[in-house]
Design a protein around this ligand. Structure first.
Ligand code: URA
Length: 216
């Protein structure tokens, strides 16, 4: 098992001390929008550092000012990140700080008021997305409905084995994703206790979108 993570089936809990420390400040209700946004970006960067730990490398040679060096670069597929609107946007810049060449797609979903099922209203993915490693980004894995629908959407466009990255999850949300997508590895900073009657994660961090964009 990789350092900095522990695993519950296909769920990787990224327990690096910096991630956990920053998550505590993200959770704190006294943290204002500016700091909340910065911390979410920082945690996203640290999480993607852990998630990409197993990327394959290939050997190349470069001329240093002194000699020829046999050295390594990342091999194979390039990365695409796909935030689920709107809160997923809050993690994008942090990931791009570390992987500036990553492409970015977007998925928008709303909940049908009658069936309560997530309905896709927007999906724009990078060209040749099926040739890329894809990470779907959704900070709060609550019921799991939106994340599962977003994973379905990218798979319908040819993506194989996308990964899912969330800040905080609850067991119900993890179970929903696992039922619908047993092939998907899920990366989280924390697994919290339960959902309350309003669908909030407990203890959670409140409404991630509102706190990121200052809309409440
Ligand atoms: N979405 C949020 O932003 N927060 C929750 O607690 C649950 C879903």
């Amino acid at each position: 098992m990789r350092k900095g993570a522990f695993r519950l089936g296909q769920v990787h809990v990224l327990d690096h001390p910096l991630i956990q420390h920053k998550l505590t400040h993200i959770r704190d209700k006294r943290t204002g929008t500016k700091e909340f946004r910065a911390l979410v970006q920082e945690v996203a960067m640290l999480m993607v550092y852990e998630i990409t730990r197993d990327l394959p490398l290939t050997e190349v040679t470069v001329e240093t000012p002194v000699a020829t060096a046999k050295t390594k670069v990342i091999a194979g597929k390039t990365l695409a990140i796909v935030p689920v609107l709107r809160a997923g946007l809050g993690m994008v810049e942090g990931i791009l700080n570390l992987i500036p060449a990553a492409k970015v797609g977007h998925i928008g979903l709303y909940r049908d008021p009658e069936t309560l099922q997530p309905i896709e209203y927007y999906c724009k993915l990078p060209a040749h997305v099926s040739d890329r490693d894809v990470i779907v980004v959704d900070p709060m894995l609550a019921t799991g409905g939106s994340a599962a629908a977003a994973l379905t959407a990218v798979k319908q466009r040819g993506v194989r084995e996308p990964k899912l990255m969330c800040l905080v999850a609850v067991p119900e949300g993890i179970a929903t994703v696992q039922e619908q997508h047993p092939d998907v590895e899920i990366y989280v900073a924390a697994v919290d206790d339960h959902l309350d009657d309003h669908g909030y994660i407990v203890p959670g961090l409140g409404d991630a979108g509102d706190r990121l964009f200052g809309t409440k």
